[in-house]
Design a protein around this ligand. Structure first.
Ligand SMILES: [Zn+2]
Length: 493
């Protein structure tokens, strides 16, 4: 039997503002859409956290045996400067500043985005559609909304009529904002006078002469409004009504609110059953901002080249650190917290190495079944990874106690312990063993094992000076030898 049948998942739905039992539209299948990056600069850490949370959620669904269609888009056009409807397209602006073709910008930062995500061991989504690849679909939606009388054209641009929509639907249903508060843009900019009401948002913008990214449409040569692409692509690939829509909480308003209004108007059904939002992150207790210097780029972790970091960290250590917080909580980065996570990560990996070498007995003194159930119930409770990780450490305690002979485990329980730990650590949390994330480390391991062999020879020959020298010099390199009854093991810090 598929695991999903025996695991009822509760998710916090931003739409109802409560935890609800996840009931999928089609049994055994999940459609999930997550707003992807705008590829006009290097991906920032907040985005990595959002996508990592949904990567973990995606992995858990797959683990439970769901067939998942996971769509995460690439915004390569239409995302305006101030997240509202005014200003310049971010990608076009960057292209103008750097004297590049817009598609060069898109290519460069899409590659960067994928590199970072690969380094963190993300699974690729099922479909990764681009805004520029769906201009036709977006124009169709604009036509349809115009026909329904919920949009109007002004000087070649088309705006969504929020007040009119709100007469029959609820604009603000997701964010909880009142229509009076929902003024997207209080700044008075050129285009603003085109709108009937400040709450209205652009479905299509006429491009001025400077604007290099433009497409023909019935209204003008221009480009789609940012919110439109997600309505177009989610409907195209997941249907008019689908299971899950995710994103960072900063996208709740106006982006997701506008998506709901567009899709609801176009399809006349509630587009999304469950809205999931990830929280923000801070650095040393303060908001990350380039302007104040209080920020870390994802790559900084791997090089250690940041004033906020004392050393480089393995991608899996950073991943482990991020998943130690619930996706709905603010996550605070600090070097001290990363160092603590690093210790925990190696403790976990050391125990997993031990797991293969455990002796099996005739009877178990540990209750593996109920421990396993606790691991699942943590994840079933809105993907509570910190509780899952605490449970995994309880499993590690078992491993160490069995190894030391204080507890025993029978064959059946041993298989459960092993498969549960491996599934959650590698498949669901997406962690990798230290050697898997570093091509050189297998060789390093062999070299250290060779030195341990030489040290053993030296000790047999009572050459204590050489044996100590090998141990001390390895320690200076951050490699610690531990002598135990089964021989010498080592850890690399
Ligand atoms: Zn979106």
């Amino acid at each position: 039997m598929e695991l999903y049948k025996s695991n009822e998942i509760k998710v916090y739905n931003s739409l109802s503002k409560s935890k609800e039992v996840l009931k999928t539209i089609n049994e055994g299948m999940i459609g999930m859409y997550v707003c992807g990056p705008t590829v006009y600069s290097n991906v920032h850490l907040g985005n990595v956290r959002t996508f990592m949370s949904f990567d973990m959620i995606y992995r858990y669904f797959l683990h439970l045996g769901y067939k998942v269609r996971y769509v995460r888009n690439i915004t390569d056009a239409g995302h305006l400067e101030n997240d509202a409807d005014e200003g310049e397209d971010r990608i076009a602006k960057k292209a103008r500043l750097e004297q590049l073709e817009p598609m060069e910008i898109v290519q460069r930062y899409t590659v960067d985005f994928h590199n970072i995500l690969n380094t963190f061991n993300f699974l690729p989504p099922s479909i990764e559609p681009t805004a520029t690849g769906h201009i036709v679909e977006q124009i169709e939606i604009v036509k349809d909304i115009l026909e329904k009388g919920l949009a109007y054209e002004k000087n070649g641009s088309v705006y969504f009529d929020v007040l009119k929509y709100n007469e029959t639907e609820h604009y603000g249903i997701l964010s909880g904002r009142n229509i009076e508060d929902s003024i997207h843009n209080t700044r008075s900019l050129d285009g603003q006078s085109e709108k009937k009401n400040p709450q209205d948002f652009a479905l299509w913008k006429k491009a001025d002469e400077r604007h290099i990214m433009r497409w023909p449409s019935p209204w003008s040569d221009g480009f789609p409004g940012w919110h439109l692409e997600c309505s177009a692509m989610s409907t195209k690939y997941l249907g008019e009504n689908f299971d899950i829509h995710g994103g960072g909480m900063d996208l709740k308003f106006p982006h997701h609110e506008c998506e709901i209004a567009q899709s609801q108007t176009r399809n006349n059904v509630k587009p999304v059953n469950y809205w999931l939002h990830t929280n923000m992150l801070t650095l040393n207790g303060q908001k990350m901002a380039k302007s104040t210097g209080n920020y870390i780029l994802p790559n900084d972790f791997f090089t250690g080249q940041s004033k906020h970091l004392s050393k480089a960290y393995l991608p899996s250590v950073v991943r482990f650190f991020m998943l130690q917080a619930n996706y709905k909580s603010i996550l605070d980065f600090s070097d001290a917290a990363l160092l603590a996570s690093e210790k925990g990560y190696f403790k976990l990996m050391d125990a997993i190495d031990l797991l293969d070498k455990l002796d099996v007995s005739n009877a178990s003194t540990v209750d593996v079944e109920s421990w396993k159930a606790k691991c699942y119930s943590a994840m079933n409770d809105d993907f509570n990874t910190p509780v899952l990780i605490a449970n995994l450490f309880e499993g590690i305690k078992y491993i160490n106690q069995i190894k030391e002979g204080n507890e025993s485990i029978d064959d059946k329980d041993y298989e459960i312990l092993k498969s549960t730990i491996n599934s959650f650590v590698f498949d669901v949390l997406g962690l990798e063993k230290p050697s898997g994330s570093d091509n050189g480390s297998d060789k390093l391991k062999s070299v250290v094992e060779m030195l341990i062999g030489m040290r053993n020879d030296a000790r047999e020959n009572k050459n204590w000076a050489l044996s100590d020298k090998i141990r001390d010099e390895l320690l200076e390199l951050g490699i610690q030898l531990k002598d135990g009854k089964d021989g010498t093991t080592f850890s690399i810090n």
